[in-house]
Design a binder for this molecule. Structure first.
Ligand code: ASN
Ligand code: ZN
Length: 366
């Protein structure tokens, strides 16, 4: 009486998307029959918290398998069912693409590696300006936003789901330097999901206009897949991305390079050098659209870095994360873990190994 089905989602952040859904005797539900088993619901689903902070709520259903209206949900003024579904569309799409990235690129079967199903909860609380992963529910939760638009952008979904992967791998403690590396891990894979789903071209983000000056003045075009985090969440009261991997200090709080007391910073700022390292390793130090048209700062007299590409860079990070990092790894340990991973994959005399080393030098991890 139920069977895997393919629906259509009018997403807020990724255009019109295909959604793996479930056909019921009558209508459809937002249950992905093609990825994951077990867990709370048996498959990956999306539920409507309907402004609760404690109850998962019902799994989304729909009569015609066309979901959402592509528009931001605004507390109190949006009352149509289709508009309420839009957050669920982006959450489902993000869950599917992140699952597929790990499966198809890294050979990882889901968050825990053995395919246990997860779920996403939307419309958490009221005007809630955040999203989060929780180990206890093994699920992701999204607020509707106030200063931000609904927090279900693809990079944020990839970021949150990657906290789940982190907990099942190195489990880097969420404070001090290890916490910064934990956050960087989520930003790296949030970015990789964008590239995986949208491709590496310079086509601008669909339906996206940079509201504030920051992106528009430094970058001009913002490619659909980029090294910014949360750029699609901008509103008139929050006019810039959450984080810039090519120059983390653009947020006014994150350092571009490591220094000895960085562990005192909030983990969303101490992630800066690792995010910057990833950008330099993957993309290189040249000034272009992906660097926002500005020079990425380089420490220790490094003059330029030739990137090895996203896939190699993230593959090295993945091997380091899953084979060499532990819960207490700090920046120095991340350097040796990634150098070991590069040695395993490409050899100690490879260009890839040299680039890993040089990128760490450029962010002052020596
Ligand atoms: N959205 C935030 C994050 O995933 C929530 C938190 O502070 N943990 O980093
Ligand atoms: Zn995070």
């Amino acid at each position: 009486r139920t069977s895997a089905s393919t629906g259509t989602g009018l997403s807020q952040y990724s255009g019109t998307v295909g959604l793996d859904t479930n056909s019921l005797a009558t209508g459809y539900e937002l249950r992905d029959m093609t990825r994951g088993t077990g867990g709370t619901y048996g498959q990956n689903v999306v539920t409507n918290m309907n402004h609760s902070t404690s109850v998962n709520g019902a799994i989304y259903t729909d009569a015609d398998n066309t979901w959402g209206d592509g528009l931001n949900y605004v507390e109190g003024t949006d009352t149509t069912a289709a508009n309420g579904q839009t957050a669920a569309v982006d959450a489902a799409f993000g869950m599917q693409k992140t699952w597929d990235l790990y499966k198809n690129v890294y050979g990882r079967n889901g968050i825990d590696g053995v395919g246990t199903a997860t779920f996403s909860r939307v419309h958490y609380s009221t005007s809630y300006d955040n999203a989060f992963w929780s180990d206890s529910c093994f699920c992701m939760t999204y607020g509707d936003g106030n200063a931000f638009t609904t927090l279900t952008s693809l990079d944020v979904a990839g970021h949150e789901m990657s906290h789940g992967v982190m907990a099942k791998t190195a489990a880097l403690v969420y404070k001090g330097e290890s916490g910064g590396l934990n956050e960087a891990n989520s930003d790296i894979y949030g970015t990789m999901v964008e590239f995986y789903a949208r491709g590496a071209g310079t086509t601008a983000i669909p339906n996206y206009t940079a509201i504030g000056g920051t992106i528009a003045t430094v970058g001009g075009v913002v490619p659909a897949a980029n090294y910014l985090i949360g750029e699609q969440l901008e509103t008139a009261s929050f006019t810039h991305p959450l984080r810039w991997m090519y120059k983390p200090s653009l947020d006014g709080k994150s350092p571009d390079a490591w220094y000895s007391t960085i562990k005192r910073l909030d983990v969303h700022y101490s992630s800066g050098p690792a995010n910057h390292w990833f950008f330099l390793l993957a993309h290189g130090s040249q000034i272009d659209t992906f660097s926002g048209g500005i020079q990425s700062p380089l420490a220790n007299g490094v003059t330029s870095i030739t990137g090895i590409g996203n896939d190699k860079a993230a593959g090295i990070w993945y091997r380091a994360l899953t084979k060499y990092m532990t819960s207490s790894t700090v920046y120095a340990g991340a350097r040796t873990a990634t150098l070991q991973a590069a040695t395993d994959l490409y050899g100690a005399t490879s260009a890839e190994y040299a680039a890993v080393n040089l990128a760490w030098k450029a962010v002052n991890v020596l």
